[in-house]
Design a protein around this ligand. Structure first.
Ligand code: SF4
Ligand code: SF4
Length: 423
């Protein structure tokens, strides 16, 4: 049986639609109760992860017209920006593109992702501008001073991703680990939010297409099309949203041993227009394959599944400052990829809004301050403990809940795609 998108949206508008999150659908299915088209009209799905293909387009005035001819170099909090494509000759206006993975010239653990979050948090950011006339300008500004600030994704919201291990004998610096990767299969890094992922719920892209309204980092945006390197097996999307409406908690920087990375979140509504969509909803995590890759050769060396990552594990890291042994140097504080750990009067503190729940502190604390069951990957006759997660399923579930609330209260209006995407 099929239902039209407009039928679904009219039902939402009348306040008669049943909207469930992918987590809620999963719980119903896990409980053994099946679902029919009578039981659900829209499912909200989400993912939050390190997403390298993120960039911002910023445009703002830095000086009165005629002050300089062209800018040739710009740094925001030390993060290099690409000037253009518009040269804005003599207008005193900058058009910039900033990569989420660009590294500050002042701090190797600060990058574009950190900058985007600082802007959205309302922090003041320093812009340094080098002009073709040899002059240098310095301007302090906030997001409110930047009329155009849009975040784009070139390859976001993969249907699901991969795990990485280091089978070699040398430690490896990589974007897939916050520290250098231990050798000899000693730990695994994982990405992907399993059954919460939007394209896991609409794998054939029957409802998610060009023009679908979505949330990126909590702000309304749209799907633009297929992402780079998208394929039928591993589809992903490109999209954009206005930074002015974003929530910093869903975004940020993530320091890795190979440079700063960018954290981004997507939430997507999936209208349940057919039995085929219904039968795709919230597949069990253990039924979703998780390819395990050699971090050096990037070749698949086995297959685990997302049940190893998200079933019977802790989505949130526990924090007990009383368990601190006051070590001479605190390893978790030094390696936390989001800078969420600090000390006040020799007592550890955790900034929950910054914490990504990656779990690295739980595997490196000498006392009992940080703990979490992170699970192990089972593949090719091996069992390799997960030591760092580059996806934050807890926030993905929260974002899906937020989207559900916005659909129900009428503040988020679903749009029908204008064109299907072929992955
Ligand atoms: S889980 Fe631990 S290491 Fe990871 S972001 Fe949170 S505080 Fe930092
Ligand atoms: S490693 Fe753990 S026990 Fe040691 S100082 Fe840090 S938080 Fe405290």
């Amino acid at each position: 049986m099929n239902r039209s998108f407009s039928e679904m949206r009219a039902k939402v508008d009348r306040g008669e639609a049943v909207v469930l999150t992918a987590r809620e659908v999963g719980e119903i299915l896990d409980g053994g109760d099946g679902l029919t088209l009578e039981d659900v009209d829209v499912v909200t799905c989400a993912t939050r992860a390190v997403m390298s293909g993120t960039y911002a387009v910023l445009s703002f005035p830095v000086a009165p017209p005629g002050s300089f001819r062209r800018a040739i170099g710009v740094w925001l909090n030390g993060v290099p920006a690409t000037v253009g494509p518009c040269p804005n000759e003599r207008l005193g206006v900058l058009d910039l593109i900033v990569f989420g993975t660009a590294e500050s010239i002042d701090d190797p653990r600060y990058g574009g992702g950190h900058l985007f979050r600082d802007l959205v948090e309302g922090e003041e950011v320093r812009a340094e501008v080098e002009t073709d006339g040899g002059s240098c300008l310095e301007v302090d500004l906030k997001l409110a001073d930047i009329p155009t600030a849009r975040l784009f994704g070139t390859r976001h919201a993969f249907r699901n991703y991969s795990a990485f291990v280091n089978p070699g004998e040398e430690r490896i610096a990589t974007i897939f680990h916050a520290t250098t990767f231990d050798p000899c299969w000693r730990g695994a890094s994982v990405s992907g939010c399993g059954r919460m992922n939007p394209l896991e719920n609409d794998p054939l892209l029957e409802t998610v297409g060009v023009g679908t309204r979505i949330l990126i980092n909590g702000a309304e945006g749209f799907v633009l099309g297929r992402g780079t390197r998208s394929s039928p097996d591993r589809p992903n999307l490109s999209g954009y949203a206005d930074m002015h409406g974003m929530d910093p908690e869903y975004m940020g920087g993530f320091a890795t041993s190979a440079g700063p990375e960018c954290v981004t979140s997507w939430a997507v509504p999936v209208p349940v227009i057919s039995d085929r969509i219904l039968n795709s909803l919230a597949p069990a995590d253990r039924s979703i394959p998780l390819p395990v890759m050699d971090v050096v050769g990037r070749k698949e060396i086995g297959r685990a599944n997302y049940g190893d990552v998200w079933e019977g594990t802790d989505l949130e890291v526990s924090f007990d400052p009383g368990g601190c042994k006051r070590c001479t140097a605190c390893h978790p504080e030094a390696i936390c990829p989001t800078g969420a750990i600090g000390f006040v009067d020799w007592k550890p503190i955790l900034d929950r809004r910054r914490c990504f729940n990656c779990g690295l502190c739980a595997t490196s604390c000498a006392g009992d301050v940080f703990s979490a069951r992170l699970g192990s990957l089972r593949f090719a006759g091996r069992e390799v403990p997960i030591v760092v997660r580059q996806s934050d399923r807890l926030r993905a579930e929260r974002l899906a809940e937020e989207l559900k609330g916005r659909i129900l209260d009428g503040s988020f209006r679903m749009t029908e795609m204008t064109e299907r995407i072929s992955p």
